[in-house]
Design a protein around this ligand. Sequence first.
Ligand code: AHR
Length: 507
Amino acid sequence: MFKASLTVDRDFPLAPLDRRLFGVFVEHLGRGVYDGIHEPGHPTADALGFRQDVMALTRELGATLVRYPGGNFMSGYNWEDGVGPLAERPRRLDLAWFSTETNQVGTHEFMHWCRAVGITPMFGVNLGTRGPDEARHYLEYCNHPGGTALSDLRRQHGAENPLGVKFWCLGNEMDGPWQICQKTPDEYGRIAKETAKLMRWVDPSIELAACGSSAYDMPTYGHWEDRVLEHCFEQVDYLSLHSYFVKPPADDSTESFFAQIETNARYIEDTVAICDAVATRKRSAKRLMLSFDEWNVWYRARHGEHLRQAGWPVAPRLLEEVYTLEDALLIGGMLTMFMNHADRLKVACMAQLCNVIAPIMTEPGGPAWRQTIFHPFAQAARWARGEVLRSVLRSPGYAHARHGELPYLCASVVDDAATGRTAVFVLNRHLTDAMDLTITLRGLGGERRLVAAEQLHGPDLHASNTRAAPDRVAPIPLDGVCIDGEQLRATLPPASWAVLVTESPRA
Ligand code: AHR
């Protein structure tokens, strides 16, 4: 057992927590849509063929925002193929995932799903094979009230009122050689600028995200951000980040796996620095915000038939990563890090939602279940409300080649003045020793009551949830939490994640 402490003070807030940090991603990829959220023959399917068991799990996950329709798929997508009578929709080759796209789910069906789930859509426009003209037309179709050919077409298709899609991604991973119509930063920066200009003229109320690099370790990272923003800084509100957490065979230790929390913190901080350097060069007071609109663990189902199958199949089993307890712990730690960057990070989308690198899995005609990573996300989405407070940590640590000394403790604290509730999220990265943790919540009220105390922990870091054993990894109570005035004390088992929620009447 070792001692660690976490202190926050009501007078030292970081920023309000943007609830859009609990976003997810639905791409036309593998069984993400077809045989995933949408399966007309399933016993739980609604009138449009969407599985209501998956809807219920999405609500339980607490996802607030959903990015759609891609990903790489976006760069070859014709939005017109996905509207109008189902029988007339074309089947197309999807060059992103070498699949056949049936277009049986498109804009209206997806909006129906969003409304049924109670989740906000975040759409993207195709800046791969297409450009500003289609983007402004798609926005006009979605958001213009009526009286033009495109907005009246939407009304003919059954949506009298504008769809009101407020957040738009300007393409996807345009720096990647795998992207349909990869671009140089100058090509992309120019097209992003002109597309943003036209889209804002159509609907000034929208928010726009430009593509940052598709990963922190892209050789062009930094240069890409700088050149792209040189062109479109004034026209966009957010810059995107994407990150998939891996376990390279050369260094597959759990300690290094968990060190990706610091790597991604650096990714955020470096990207903020580039955005602000561009602002300085432009003599601008504007501060760009960040949209971490793809993030998850993804290293097993990442090669060969997991990426591409012969014969242009419809809804093949692609990217169906099976997650472990170890993955869930990293996800929890990553969420604490995201919260601790709430001053600049406003949007984040776990990639993805269903079947494809996903917290929810389904079987056609069968059940849906929660993968291990479902749990820390759902706990954070449920309890993290209000303002993130600046955490001061004291913890012993371990040596890491890239980052130096890393504390065993990762934590974040979110306080909701309206309810008097304070949520504490903690990861113990020590693999063999329990942590004796003292938490001091200064100025947040003395007479505290415990509302929730849960942990994720187990004897086997490689344990997974499967169709046969869907609840092998699930939250269990964290017993023995002591409250003494402003202080809480808890013992966190080795390699564990916990959520502690207390409340106190506020003056
Ligand atoms: O999420 C899977 C894929 O990963 C997305 O389509 C792409 O944007 C990223 O490379």
